[in-house]
Design a protein around this ligand. Structure first.
Ligand SMILES: [Zn+2]
Length: 128
């Protein structure tokens, strides 16, 4: 058995009998204070290890991300209808050159085939 395990303070090895035994008369107040200091240092080290071992909690994103658009106001739909535009139900982007009855057109913005014309959106109950 190796007596020189670096992580274990000398006084602990002495007390556990793995190092040359300590005479009880050696436990002067100064020696005890030194042991306490060693203990504190060990605890601090353990806390550091513990902090390193614990996974960092995931950073929660603040709710500032623009929510996906599933519904549109009547004004938005009317404006889109006038300009022959439709809306993408995947990303919410307005798409031009979109017939009112268009369904599953590819989105100019996100390329998802989820662009619907204004009539379709109305029938789907997407107007609020
Ligand atoms: Zn899109």
């Amino acid at each position: 058995m190796n007596d020189h395990t670096p992580e274990v303070p000398l006084f602990m090895r002495k007390l556990s009998g793995s190092a040359p035994s300590v005479n009880k008369t050696d436990l002067t107040p100064l020696a005890v204070a030194s042991m306490i200091k060693e203990c504190d240092e060990l605890i601090a080290k353990l806390e550091t290890w513990k902090a390193k071992a614990e996974p960092t909690p995931p950073v929660t994103q603040p709710a500032t991300v623009t929510p996906k658009r599933w519904t549109f106001t009547l004004a938005e739909i009317e404006e889109a209808a006038e300009d022959s535009c439709g809306f993408c139900l995947a990303c919410g982007a307005i798409n031009s050159c979109c017939e009112p009855d268009a369904r599953r057109y590819p989105c100019e913005s996100c390329e998802a085939k989820r662009v619907y014309g204004t009539d379709e959106l109305a029938m789907m109950g997407r107007i609020v």
